[in-house]
Design a protein around this ligand. Structure first.
Ligand code: C6P
Length: 446
């Protein structure tokens, strides 16, 4: 994360009006420290772990800058899934035979890997779900069902992805509760005083993103959780964009719920995690009914299973969990201080280069940012930028990024978004900059 306080050796953060000028300046004086981080990180070695990164699209080398949408997979994850289906597959928790026990053991071992990855107190606090979206829906539907009544409030922020808005809207409507939204400022930072003010006796839960997918803002979630807890309000943290960039520690954060998707953290699609504190999970009703979530069933009454199984009805995404476990094993090979330093240096380099392009404006200049540069080009629709870049082999995302209220806040319909992972390089940033220049040239002649 880029932080003025935490990383004084990096160039200072860029804010508001002074952004453009400062970014241009930063392009010229990218510190030798930043240069040396970019030079010494073993990025080429890391890239060899990701087979897809060697591909060509339209005859050009792939430049994959859509990591906030989904990250690519290392060979070890692909191999873990192949190995599972080749030698280990059966259903879990159901059979006494060898393969069922083996699959169960692998599935449960993946849960323990996630527990350690998040530093959760117990593996019972780790629920396998389809992704961040399902995790938030689960909490909204079950915690909301139990705790919300007419007049109560749910507090979210103006930076949220639709997945952390719509489920709360739905349960508020059902229960006659109200959704309150903490505003963000012109840089894309949450206004903390407003967060504190809006936490009231009526607030039953606060749901906040750790990192914004549309702007890259890193929110001070630990501080926000402290503020909420002082008023007795539990907090759900949407960590979908955080886990690829930092090591989240749910106990250090004291998060009540923490959610993320495997596919954004170099694991397979269709699987994700809901972490919840034991006491809260035990107090919540089940989300779905079916096999595995019960202890006993008669036509008169069902006794539900203990957590985490109470929330895992039906045959789970077994190879997904195993693949996620392999992704965590892979991430554990790295020194995360080095990874973060590299990502910050790359982001800073990219911001300097990109912001120097005439007519380009970066949307989102928060105090701390990670992984994302959202931008608009004067007179050119982001979709046209995305299409022309695609022909150059460059994958970015364009549109509202499932965060329409963020776009409304900045008075724009869409942005072009380049999002980075630790396997991206300075040369890829330069390719992006050259291609944006080409976009401008194309439109100059239209
Ligand atoms: N953002 C993006 O391109 P799922 O779809 O369940 O894996 O993740 C949903 C989600 C929740 N919260 C945040 C902060 C997110 O960024 C996302 C997914 C992708 O920005 C796809 S819309």
């Amino acid at each position: 994360m880029r932080s003025k306080n935490k990383k004084p050796h990096l160039n200072p953060p860029l804010k508001g009006e002074e952004t453009k000028e400062r970014m241009v300046l930063s392009k010229n004086i990218i510190s030798s420290y930043t240069e040396s981080i970019l030079d010494t990180f073993s990025v080429e070695k890391i890239r060899r772990d990701f087979p897809i990164l060697a591909s060509r699209v339209y005859g050009k080398p792939l430049v994959y800058l859509d990591n906030a949408a989904s990250t690519q997979k290392p060979a070890s994850v692909i191999e873990a899934i192949r190995h599972y289906y080749t030698t280990e597959h059966s259903n879990v928790h159901r059979g006494v035979h060898y393969l069922s026990e083996l699959a169960t053991q692998k599935y449960e071992a993946a849960r323990v890997k996630v527990q350690k990855f998040l530093n959760a107190g117990s593996e019972r606090e780790i629920i396998f779900v389809r992704g961040a979206t399902e995790a938030i829906n689960l909490v909204a539907a079950t915690y909301g069902k139990k705790n919300l009544k007419p007049g109560d409030e749910v507090l979210i922020t103006g930076l949220e992805h639709h997945s952390n808005i719509v489920p709360w809207q739905m349960i508020c409507e059902e229960k006659g509760a109200h959704l309150r939204v903490v505003p963000i400022d012109d840089n894309g930072d949450i206004i903390l005083d407003e967060f504190n003010r809006l936490l009231s006796g009526k607030t039953k839960i606060a749901a906040i993103s750790h990192i914004s997918n549309a702007l890259g803002t890193v929110n001070p979630v630990k501080q926000m959780i402290e503020m909420a807890h002082r008023k007795g309000v539990p907090v759900l943290v949407d960590g979908a964009q955080a886990v690829p960039h930092l090591r989240a520690d749910v106990r250090d954060l004291d998060a009540d719920f923490y959610v993320f998707s495997s596919h954004k953290v170099f694991g397979p699609t269709g699987i994700g995690i809901l972490y919840g504190k034991t006491q809260l999970l035990e107090s919540m009703p089940p989300y779905q009914g079916g096999g595995d979530m019960i202890k006993s069933v008669t036509f008169e009454k069902t006794i539900f299973n203990d957590i985490p199984y109470k929330f895992e009805a039906g045959t789970p995404h077994i190879e997904g969990a195993i693949g996620l476990g392999a992704a965590i094993d892979y991430l554990n090979l790295f020194d995360w201080n080095r990874v973060q330093e590299y990502e910050q240096a790359l982001l800073q380099f990219a911001e300097g280069e990109i912001s120097a392009i005439d007519g380009l404006k970066i949307i989102g200049t928060a105090k701390e940012k990670a992984g994302v540069i959202s931008f608009v080009l004067e007179g050119i629709h982001p979709h046209d930028i995305g299409t022309i870049l695609d022909r150059e082999g460059i994958a970015i995302r364009t549109g509202h990024h499932c965060a329409q209220p963020v776009m409304q806040r900045f008075g724009i319909p869409a942005t072009a978004r380049a999002s980075f992972a630790f396997y991206n390089t300075r040369e890829e940033v330069q390719a992006l900059v050259r291609s944006i220049q080409k976009v401008k040239e194309v439109f100059e002649h239209v």
